[in-house]
Design a protein around this ligand. Structure first.
Ligand SMILES: Cc1cc2nc3c(=O)[nH]c(=O)nc-3n(C[C@H](O)[C@H](O)[C@H](O)COP(=O)(O)OP(=O)(O)OC[C@H]3O[C@@H](n4cnc5c(N)ncnc54)[C@H](O)[C@@H]3O)c2cc1C
Length: 444
């Protein structure tokens, strides 16, 4: 479905100011006629899957097909925040999956912190990786109530192994620790930040050095079974794959039409802000929560600048500007102005003049039941998927990709049950996305 392909001329994110000499690389001038594994998508999910396949000892041929330049999707335009969701969704997760299932997701996300550190250190990747603490600030009474109820559920779940890491602060302590004077309640826990484009392109370079064939600017249009293989159709011809991996996130319907309405492209906005005079360094990365799904996120970069995303007040009421939208070549009206004023939330920054020097859009892949789809597709042997990571891929993709690579090599798929693709999930017709976003109806 060509309507769901990435568009040309996307906005340029702050992260894309890092020049990569192979951004439009093709390892061979012609598309290879066949490959043992074809991976569609060169973002965080596609690249880490290739990396872990090689780490697992896979020594066949791998071809990666990318519609635009390398890593030009959500990964290159996100907030750089590696922030596990430990307590905040515990009530809804427990309702859906019971205490064990809810704990499995929180523990899996927490494990990403150590896994990311290990990967970056072992592969010696220069990507501004910093471990610190994130602070969730709850600014409305409904956000405070939701935080307290979820925190309570989190503390009483006997299967959660990362409780030691999460601290709840109320009253004056919350204001002091968060640096936000309106904050009655805040919750802190370990989180990371990094330059996602540098991480992924460094890993990709290493994969190419080990033999990965990269084909950029090669949109995939679909696939069909050919004997026991997959004939992958691209704008540059076909390639026959023994195994096919779909890592196309928001754009999955372009390759796999059955994901129409199951993975929905949602447009998001992010910014990079530079203070004119450097105020005191913010002590945390942040999640700033208002009512319902309305929240912003922020990382405090070591150079004194910040990356802030969200602006959902300007996005979520207007379904036509963000829902089912793959166009990241434009912004959304009102968002730059929102970020221009943003840092006034923090009392140390109240009188600091700031410049919003980069604002960009990106397309998130929201799923109908809010969990990613990972694993071998039902009734389509040797076709695998790893997609649908919402605005929350950093603490979910890495270990999903590791598990998927093992699964492709014949092992059990070890991801939370909620993430596993199944016939039951594929046949469900209920779409929870709009309800989770506060049911937007108006037009901008
Ligand atoms: C504005 C914004 C802010 C975000 N902030 C955060 C954050 O701070 N923390 C966090 O955890 N997550 C965040 N996210 C989400 C996170 O970026 C994603 O979950 C993650 O990057 C997904 O990685 P991916 O590889 O699955 O997708 P992508 O990076 O989108 O990669 C998919 C790739 O597939 C390619 N492709 C698509 N269709 C085709 C096709 N038909 N043929 C060939 N190639 C194709 C695309 O061009 C793209 O390169 C944010 C996302 C956005 C958009």
């Amino acid at each position: 479905m060509t309507d769901y392909l990435p568009v040309p001329n996307p906005t340029k994110s702050f992260w894309l100011t890092a020049e990569v000499d192979f951004h439009d690389h093709r390892s061979t001038a012609e598309l290879p006629a066949e490959a043992d594994i074809v991976i569609v998508g060169s973002g965080y999910a596609g690249t880490t899957t290739a990396h872990f396949l090689m780490e697992e000892g896979f020594d066949g041929t791998i071809v990666m097909l990318e519609a635009r330049d390398v890593c030009s999707g959500a990964t290159a335009r996100n907030g750089g925040h590696l922030k596990p969701s430990l307590y905040y969704s515990q009530k809804s997760w427990t309702k859906k999956f019971g205490e064990k299932g809810a704990a499995e997701i929180a523990n899996f996300e927490f494990a990403h912190l150590a896994a990311m550190k290990e990967l970056i250190e072992r592969e010696k990747i220069d990507c501004d990786f910093v471990f610190g603490r994130s602070c969730d600030v709850h600014l409305t009474s409904s956000a405070v109530n939701a935080a307290l109820e979820n925190y309570q559920q989190f503390t009483k779940n006997p299967y959660i192994t990362c409780k030691h890491d999460v601290q709840l602060h109320v009253g004056e302590n919350a204001k002091t620790i968060s640096h936000v004077l309106d904050s009655e309640v805040c919750v802190t826990f370990t989180a990371g930040q990094l330059w996602p484009y540098k991480l992924v392109t460094s890993l990709l370079r290493k994969c190419m050095q080990k033999g990965l064939n990269l084909q950029t600017n090669t949109p995939v249009l679909g696939s069909e079974k050919f004997e026991d293989k997959w004939l992958v159709k691209t704008a540059r011809g076909t390639i026959l794959a023994k195994k096919l991996v779909i890592a196309t996130n928001a754009y999955t319907a372009s390759v796999e039409p059955r994901f129409l309405n199951k993975i929905v492209p949602i447009k998001g906005i992010c910014s990079h802000i530079t203070p004119k005079v450097r105020p005191s360094h913010l002590s945390h990365t942040y999640g700033i929560r208002y009512d319902g799904a309305d929240q912003d996120y922020l990382i405090n970069r070591a150079d004194g600048t910040v990356v802030v995303g969200g602006a959902k007040k300007h996005i979520f009421p207007f379904k036509n500007v963000f829902y089912n939208v793959v166009d990241d070549s434009t912004l959304i009206p009102g968002t730059k102005e929102y970020f221009d004023d943003y840092m006034k939330h923090f009392h140390d920054w109240k009188f600091t003049e700031t410049e919003t020097d980069h604002v960009w859009s990106g397309i998130l892949g929201y799923t109908d039941d809010s969990f990613p789809y990972v694993g071998e597709m039902p009734h389509e042997s040797n076709k695998f998927i790893i997609a649908g990571f919402h605005g929350h891929g950093m603490p979910r993709v890495l270990l999903s990709a590791k598990a998927l690579a093992s699964n492709i090599m014949g092992k059990e798929l070890e991801v939370p049950a909620a993430f596993k693709i199944s016939q039951e999930r594929m046949t469900k017709t209920r779409n929870e996305i709009l309800a989770s976003l506060g049911t937007p109806v108006a037009r901008l």
